[in-house]
Design a protein around this ligand. Structure first.
Ligand code: CMP
Length: 139
């Protein structure tokens, strides 16, 4: 299915100038970056984006981290873009991520795992709308 997914290049990656490296991996794997914007989330926006995790032990740290430095928000398009991007990213924990995945190559830890990708069609739509509202990222 031809799909769109929401990707975030996270603070640990933008801080280390890895946006180009990550974009290269995305493009080499056949996904097209059809929109992209660098911005800094404030705490309130980070809380809203990660609302579903608000009961988790790592929630407060996650909010602090995601609002600490700029992120690059992207819309990716392609065949099965949602599943494909999750494969390209690799496991949440970089130690478990497979060779060739973004997280295996550049992520630091379970939290500082360099990228985010939507996990379903419903969430992709929700997340793309979220960033349209706060930053007019279109795609
Ligand atoms: P993401 O795919 O953006 O969704 C939720 C984020 O929470 C995840 O990537 C990580 O950045 C973070 N996260 C998930 N699990 C853990 C964990 N066990 N410890 C710390 N951070 C986590």
């Amino acid at each position: 299915m031809f799909e769109r997914t929401l990707s975030i290049i996270k603070p640990d990656a933008t801080k280390r100038n890895l946006t180009g490296t990550i974009n290269k991996i995305i493009e080499n794997n056949g996904l097209r970056i059809i929109a992209q914007k660098r911005l800094k989330l404030n705490e309130e926006q980070a809380k809203k984006f990660y609302e579903v995790h608000n009961e988790k032990s790592f929630y407060n740290d996650l909010i602090e981290y995601m609002s600490s430095d700029p992120i690059v928000v992207q819309v990716l398009e392609g065949d099965n873009a949602i599943t494909k991007y999750r494969e390209i990213m690799g496991s949440t924990d970089p130690q478990l991520a497979e060779e060739g995945t973004i997280r295996k190559q550049v992520a630091i830890s379970k939290q500082e795992n360099s990228v985010h990708g939507s996990d379903s069609v419903e969430n992709a739509t929700k997340e793309i709308n979220f960033f349209f509202k706060i930053a007019e990222i279109v795609g």
